[in-house]
Design a protein around this ligand. Structure first.
Ligand code: DX5
Ligand code: ZN
Length: 220
């Protein structure tokens, strides 16, 4: 199994999203951060733009919804063509029902945890989701430093998944770069979001390959 790389277009040029997506045609997913200015103090894009992104993206789109009331809004992102829809555990009222709805609509379902949210209360969700996203920065902005204190949580999530026998991915998001990706992989992550590291590189394609190689040698 090789590591999956999902560049975040949060660090792309929003005036040229189609060509910016072409720069990451070698990636496994395009990670799209949807922020509503309520769940996080930042505002990005919503459904009409998202739907167009899924149409022009050369790779499957991974939606990360940093929004209030995902129970109400998330299914539309699956209908709009997302390959994967991740909602925040802190915001969902009925996470089991929501995850089932996302899967019924043909998307993978993910549940995200802020750095301070423990994983243990959500382990019952493992059978209902395809991915756990352990945030490795406080959600809201790109270009922040990786929080080392999240490594034990990545480890606990990976251990619980191993014990469950389920095939659930562990995604990390925030501060992932050549300097940090090996530690996240070693702790048990297998899907790596990288915004500034990929879009800040002169050759995004080469950066994706480097990150994938660095992570792959540490994969569990
Ligand atoms: C932050 C977003 C991330 C962000 C990561 O809230 O969820 O996806 O784009 O950016 P970097 O990789 O620059 O930390
Ligand atoms: Zn994200």
């Amino acid at each position: 199994m090789s590591a999956l790389i999902a560049p975040s277009i949060l660090s792309a040029d929003f005036m040229n999203l189609e060509s910016e997506l072409r720069r990451i045609a070698d990636a496994d997913f395009a990670h799209v951060d949807v922020m509503d200015n309520h769940f996080v103090p930042n505002l990005t894009l919503g459904l009409p733009v998202f739907e167009r992104l899924t149409k022009v993206s050369p790779v499957p789109v991974d939606a990360h919804l940093m929004i209030e009331d995902p129970d109400r809004w998330a299914p539309a992102y699956a209908e709009a063509g997302a390959a994967s829809v991740t909602f925040h555990a802190e915001a969902a009222r009925a996470p089991v029902r929501l995850a089932r709805e996302l899967r019924r609509l043909g998307s993978r379902a993910g549940v995200a945890l802020r750095p301070a949210t423990p994983v243990e209360p959500f382990l019952d969700l493992l059978a209902e989701v395809d991915m756990i996203l352990v945030m490795t920065v406080e959600p809201g902005f790109g270009g922040q430093s990786f929080i080392e204190g999240t490594l034990p949580k990545i480890r606990r999530a990976r251990r619980a998944i191993g014990e469950s026998g389920l095939d659930v991915w562990v995604q990390v998001d925030g501060g992932i770069s050549r300097d940090t990706i090996d530690r996240a992989a070693d702790a048990g992550a297998n899907v790596f979001v990288a915004g500034s590291a990929v879009y800040g590189a002169d050759d995004a394609s080469a950066e994706i390959a480097t990150l994938r190689d660095l992570a792959s040698v540490h994969l569990h």
